[in-house]
Design a protein around this ligand. Structure first.
Ligand code: AMP
Length: 277
């Protein structure tokens, strides 16, 4: 196990499996690392830990985002990581050097979901992920379905930029949940005990929405449950699973997506809906 901070030290660890994270690792991240280990075989498993300032908007939680590098290194190592890349901001964004943001694919700008509520978010995500792919040079990169729009954005970005990262494969991994259905998230640490109970409404909303016959009815059911549970709702939608554009009926793979706030804690979740994966 090696913890490295300088990008040139990554050269020996190229062509393996990569899991980018912002740290505060939980079982969701660790499952991704185990998946990476399976994909990599004898090739290296690289985990990055970097709280990327450029993907946080003004007034978001960048400064209070949980940071616990020593514990994270231990957990990542136990899950199968060979190398932890934990750079300083100046390594990722060297002063005086312009680290480009790749052109954003349509799924980062057209759906009006995270792109509308966090207008600079995907530019920051694409900037940091492109930079990480350039430095780490992985053969596989594992991303969680928890951040569904992000997963579609990264997948589209890689296709759009081929052959920049050669045969890099974006590998999706299902959302890991607590026993009661709440999606694991580093931000769950912000919830107090009554908010933790309220947070279950996201899972309940998606489960009930699956019983409905149309996307419109499913959207309404989710909205009602979240309103009644005391959330301020950003969106409850059912969309085409890949483009994230609106749909009228279930004749293509569809996804239910939620973003909602409890005071200053913003939670997102999503699930397959409509009978097709
Ligand atoms: P983050 O540290 O929040 O930037 O997440 C790093 C990676 O872990 C992303 O690909 C996330 O989608 C993924 N991830 C976060 N939470 C979960 C979860 N509960 N289940 C599966 N993947 C997750």
């Amino acid at each position: 196990m090696t913890v490295i901070g300088q990008s040139h030290e990554l050269e020996r660890h190229a062509r393996g499996a990569f899991v980018p994270t912002m740290g505060a690792l939980h079982e969701g991240h660790l499952t991704l690392i185990r998946r990476a280990k399976n994909l990599a075989g004898n090739a290296p498993v690289v985990v990055s830990i970097f709280v990327n300032p450029t993907q946080f908007g003004p007034g978001e939680d960048f400064s209070k985002y949980p940071r616990m590098l020593v514990k994270d290194v231990e957990l990542a190592m136990a899950a199968g990581a060979d190398v932890i890349f934990a750079p300083e901001a100046t390594t990722m964004y060297p002063p005086g050097q312009n680290v480009e943001t790749p052109p954003l694919p349509d799924v980062a700008t057209k759906p009006k979901l995270e792109d509308a509520f966090r207008p600079t978010h995907f530019a920051g995500v694409c900037q940091v992920v492109a930079r990480l792919f350039d430095l780490v040079k992985p053969r596989w990169a594992v991303f969680g379905e928890k951040d569904w729009q992000q997963l579609q954005v990264i997948t589209a970005m890689v296709e759009q930029q081929r052959p920049r990262w050669e045969d890099l494969e974006i590998v999706p991994h299902p959302t890991v949940r607590e026993r009661d259905g709440l999606a694991m998230s580093s931000r769950n640490a912000y919830l107090n005990s009554s908010q933790r109970k309220q947070a279950l409404a996201l899972w309940r909303a998606m489960s009930e929405a699956k019983q409905e016959k149309s996307p419109a009815q499913a959207e309404l059911v989710m909205r009602t449950i979240l309103d009644e549970s005391g959330f301020v709702v950003d969106y409850t939608v059912v969309r085409d699973a890949a483009t994230l554009l609106p749909i009228d009926r279930y004749d293509q793979p569809a996804r239910a997506l939620i973003a909602a706030r409890l005071e200053n804690v913003r939670l997102i979740d999503n699930a397959s809906i409509g009978g097709k994966p």
